[in-house]
Structure formats: C-alpha cells, structure tokens
Design a protein around this ligand. Sequence first.
Ligand code: AHR
Length: 513
Amino acid sequence: MRLLISAAAIAAALMLPFAVHAADAPVQVTLDASKPGAVIDRHLFGQFAEHLGSGIYGGIWVGKDSKIPNTRGIRNDVVAALKALKVPNVRWPGGCFADQYNWRRGVGPERKPAVGEPNTFGTDEFMDFADQIGTEAYLSVNLGSGTAMDAAEWLEYMTSSTDSALGVERAKNGHPEPYQVAILGLGNESWDCGGAMSADFYVNEMKRFSHFIRSYSATSNQPMKRVAVGPSGADTSYTEAVMKAWNGRSWSWDIEGLSLHFYATGGWPPHMSDIGFDEKDYAVLLKDSLRLDDAIKTHSAIMDKYDPEKKVALVVDEWGTWLAPTPGSDPGFLVQQNSQRDAVVAALGINIFARHADRVRMANIAQMINVLQAMILTNEDKMLLTPTYHVFHMYVPFQDATFVPLTFDAGTYTTDGITLPRVDAVAAKDKAGKVWIAVTNLDAKSPVTLSVSLAGVKATKASGQTLSAPKVDSVNTFDAPDTVAPKALSAKVADGKLNITVAPASVAVLGLE
Ligand code: AHR
C-alpha cells in the first residue's frame, strides 16, 4: 500500500499520464566537450509566415485603428513573444502564396486588393514587423507567375538608395533607408503549386532569376543568400538537377542554399487529429517525423557529390506537423491545435538539424502564427503560447552554439506495435563556453534517467527547464493557456556524472554550471 501511494505521488509530481513503470537502469551517455562539431546555425530556428488563414491578418496585423494594442498596426503581444524567441529570420510572403503575389499591390497609400487578399500588410509592413521583432527578412520571390523583372524591381524597391526611382518611392512610403534582404527564395515548390515545372525547366528559370535579382544594400559582410527550390520528401529530381547545374555554374549566377520541405503528417492527405488522440497516434506522428533524418541524409548525399565542400546549405524552409484541420475551421486556413506531441516533434526535429549542422544551416518551421505547427495562436485580442513555442524558447542557447558529441544507446519505446527510440539528446557549447544538453523522452509512459559522463567540461550542477504535460494530447487554450508550460529543473553532478530524470513525453534543456 505504501509503495502504491509513493508511486502515485511520483506520478503526480511528474504529471505522468499513465501508470508508472518499474524504474529502468539509467541510459548511459558520454558527453565530450573537447571534440566540438559544426556550429548550430541560429538560422535553423527560423520561422515562416504566409498570407494564409489568419497567419498574417489577425495574427500579426490588426491595423492601426484596432483596439488590440499595436504599433503601426502590428500586435504588441505577438511582437513581445517573438522577441523572446530571438527569431533569426522569417520567411515571407509564402509558400504557395509567394508564386501568386504581386508586390506592387501591397505598397503605397492606395492598396489594391486581390481576391481574398486585402494587401494592407505588404512589403513595408513586413519589414516593420521584422524590425520590431529583431529578425532578418527571408523573402520568396514570385518565380511561378511573375517575371524576373517584377522580382528585380521588388528588390530594387526594397534595397536601392534614393538614386533610383523605386528607392524614391520607398522613401515616399516612409522608409528612406534601404532595407536589408538577408535571404532570397527563388520560387517555392516549383514542382507543384509554384508552376508544376520539371526540374530542368525550373533550373533554367532559377538561373535567370539568380542573375537578374540583386540586392543593392548587400555588402560583402552582409551578402544576400539565395535559396533554390529543392525537393519535398524522397523525390531527388530537383536535388540532382539543381546541384548538377550549380556544379557547372558560370560567373553569372549562384545559389547559397537548396530548399527541402518536410512535413510530419502520418499519411497524406493530412488526417490525424490535433486533439483527443491516443498514445498510438502520438507514436505514429513521432515515427513519421523521424523520417526527416532520412530525407536529410538522402539529399545531403546528392549534394555531397556535387558540392563536397558543403558551400550550398540544405535549407529546410518548411517543416513541422500537418494535421487534420481543427473541426469547424476553414480547411484552407490550415488551423490546428498544438499539443505536447508537437513539442516532442519540435525537439526531435531540432536535434536532427543539430546533428546535420554542417550541411543543414537554415530551417523554417511552418508556420509562425495560427497556421500548422504554430508558435502562437491568437483569437481577437487573446494570444497563447503553444508547447512548440516553449521548445523553441528553451533551445535559444543552442543558437550559434557549437555541436558537442554525445554517445548513447537510445533504447526503444514500443507501443501499439510502433517502435521508436526511447530517448534523444543533443549537446552544444555556447559562445560564452557554457555547455548545454537537451533531452527528449519519447516514451509516453515512463520517465527516463540519463547518467551523463562529462569529459572536457567541469561542472557541479546543471539547471534549466523541462516541458512536460498531463497527457500527450494536452494543449494550451485561451481559457487555460498554461496547461503546458516549462518548469525549472536542476540536477547535480557527482563523480563527473550528471544524472537527469525526465518525465514521459517531455523535453528538458539544461546548462552545465
Ligand atoms: O505551409 C503551407 C503550404 O505548404 C505552403 O504554402 C506550401 O509551400 C506547402 O505546400
């Protein structure tokens, strides 16, 4: 009886969803800080904001006359939340939307609405938003239905001095200083919504766009990086064609990145429920999300063939979960709740990127607000932070930190015939020399203890945060916004070993002190 009571007490303390399993032996981990790997580029923590559903209108833009507190029409609560994430870049205006976007309709005092698009949030509003949250602009140009001249003029509008008529126009619209465009996307999913082009046809278009579209504000210290359309999933035709062309490129064009889109869906079309799912559906989606590693390996191998020096980055500029739309929502708006399952998927994805940091140097989770695996959900004047937001916040110390190798046997977690690794972990050393470790316990039933042998680092304890939840399908709602919220976690180092116990289906990030 006493045993039962203490098990229940532990379960309550750890917010365990199911019965506690017998304690297993700790997972033995070795961390060697004397063998640094690649830099985990901060751009891996990029975001994606598309004109889709309420991703922009309502989510970012409420207009200057709104009762919702705003700065020049941009909501203050959202800006404050995003600033805390140190968002390195935001990809805009799409997605598929980018290949139908006419930038001219979205600048100046008289906006020209398109069907379903008021164009009140245009280039100057996006740049204002980017400035308010302190991020870099990643713009996708319209290669599908626009011309190279349209796109070149858009860049001239944004980046030229007032020597140019388009620079003068920008100044009249309130911004005399040229903007910086840090990253440029040369189309989006050109194999499908971006024009249904064959890989070879796309390569010819991409070369023209790469040549004619310039940033006039770019400097050698701050060059504009160009990202070509690449694959989705396992199809390698774009990867082959783009990288082969790049290998034989002339002086007149270049790219610095190749895009990869990867969504965890559990099958296509997306049909998995965002709430009220069971442990099996938790495991199905996690399993699907881990295919990201295979996708990166497949495309990296082709890139290695044409670019062994890894000059061209693999840019996973759309990734995350894509579930059935929330019942009652417009299916085209891609609205889905965000649960503890999304938090675990987010951590696993970031860990995969960290392990491939030599090639994967940028990523954009889809999408930032109110669409797909969002950081933030809004409803009129209300805003909530999702479990995915909290994971991104906990991982901030990994931005631009140097990968530190860990070795461990992940073990297995099996449920309903689905077998997954039981645990995942990555480590990194930040610029101040502090070592961080991130642990994900995939097992939905049992806590896991890691015993981490520390080499190349001296520490007496570790402290940070953990994100666990009452159930794998726990979500934050506007009425209960803190159901899934990080809590402090600390652990001692004894005899050169750090012992960390993490709750089922949870993520923990700790810094060694
Ligand atoms: O993120 C939603 C959509 O998914 C994007 O517009 C498109 O690029 C992708 O197919």
